[in-house]
Design a protein around this ligand. Structure first.
Ligand code: NAP
Ligand code: ZN
Length: 346
């Protein structure tokens, strides 16, 4: 066992505070990672505040983890000491069925990086901490040319947008809209643009227009103006909804082309009613997508390396994490907070 320093919510909705805990002794197939940066995902906030399902406490959030390998088990072949690596939203998956499916995230037996229990029944603790022990099969390589701080959000925000963009064939000739310009949304703009799609941002007001165009959007519309919904009716092959709160999906389905798809990646805590007419008039699909497989995540990281894509970040001291959460909730983050883990040692 090794003692880790981190930040945790000790109870549902409690503010995060300093917390020490034990990490397991590395097994033969484990990699020990000195965590340098960890992104702050809105899912961290949903979970420490118990908004989705009863959580496990104390809870150390964080699933946008990057750092450097400090030790590898005897059977590890992909990584060595000193390698720059990342860990995303899960650290283990089904060992009993469908091993050939390239979508571990949808199979039973998935173990989340935090707020979950491992195969031994022990709670998993995430990346708001100084080190982590992870099986090599769930560790990703971060391309050498990408700065580690900006690369951290690729491990969740990046892959969560990459997977549906690829699955629904975003590329040249396709019109893609991203609802919500936050952590996920801004990665969606960068990735869809790099894939060659025509990208529109749908944001609550005009406040983020200049940023959206700088990030790679071709068009920008405010959703607080009803004219947006008239002007863009039937426009998009693919809409990806990244909004963390309930919004009127029927109104946005009106912007989808015949045979087009709206994909939900944002996870509001309340259900949203959908009218049958919003789907049948246009043979439209309403779909969902959750993070991505390990293979897809490595493909996305390599693509980002080739295209020099990282997240736009604000690096913070871990002591400021509770204030950062409040700013995320107010949609006041440009565009992802990333915790500098060196500040844990201070
Ligand atoms: P975020 O940085 O807070 O971004 C969400 C954006 O949604 C905001 O920037 C804002 O964009 C918009 N928004 C927020 N409240 C709104 C409201 N009441 N009405 C309309 N728009 C609103 O959050 P994130 O980290 O990108 O995460 C977004 C959601 O995805 C969360 O629910 C998170 O849990 C979920 N998530 C899902 C997956 C998955 O695998 N499916 C993975 C990670 C995260 P504008 O200011 O531009 O309007
Ligand atoms: Zn996340």
């Amino acid at each position: 066992m090794s003692t880790a320093k981190g930040y945790a919510a000790l109870a549902p909705k409690a503010p995060l505070q300093a917390f020490s805990f034990e990490r397991r002794e590395p097994n033969d197939d484990d990699v020990v990672i000195d965590i340098q940066f960890c992104g702050v995902c809105h899912s961290d906030i949903h979970q420490v505040r118990d908004e989705w399902f009863p959580g496990i406490y104390p809870q150390v959030p964080g699933h946008e983890i990057v750092g450097v390998v400090t030790k590898v088990g005897a059977k590890v072949s992909k990584f060595k000491e000193g390698d720059r690596v990342g860990v995303g939203c899960f650290v283990d998956s089904c060992r009993h069925c469908q091993r050939d499916v390239d979508a571990e995230q949808y199979l039973p037996g998935l173990t989340q990086t935090y707020n979950d229990r491992d195969a031994d029944g022990q709670p998993t603790y995430g990346g708001y901490s100084d080190h982590i022990v992870v099986k090599e099969g769930y560790v990703l390589s971060v391309p050498d040319n990408l700065p580690l701080d900006g690369a951290a959000p690729l491990l969740c925000a990046g892959i969560t947008l990459w997977s549906p963009l690829k699955h629904w064939n975003a590329g040249p000739g396709k019109k893609v809209a991203i609802i919500g310009l936050g952590g996920l949304g801004h990665m969606g703009v960068k990735l869809a643009h790099a894939l060659g799609a025509e990208v529109t941002v749908l944001s609550q007001s005009m406040a983020k227009k200049d940023d959206a165009l700088r990030l790679g959007a071709d068009h920008y519309y405010p959703t607080n103006d009803p004219k947006t919904f008239e002007a863009l009716a039937g426009s998009f092959d693919l809409i990806i909804n990244t909004v963390s709160a309930p919004i009127d999906w029927n109104a946005y389905l009106g912007l989808v082309k015949v045979d087009g798809t709206m994909v939900l990646v944002g996870v509001p805590d309340n259900p949203v009613p959908v009218s049958a007419f919003a789907l049948i008039a246009g043979r439209k699909s309403l779909a969902g997508s959750m993070i991505g497989s390990i293979k897809e995540t490595q493909e996305m990281l390599d693509f980002c390396g080739e295209h020099n894509i990282v997240s736009d970040i604000e690096v913070i001291d871990i002591k400021d994490i509770n204030a950062a959460y409040e700013r995320v909730i107010k949609s006041d983050v440009r565009y992802r907070f990333v915790i500098d883990m060196a500040t844990l040692k201070g």
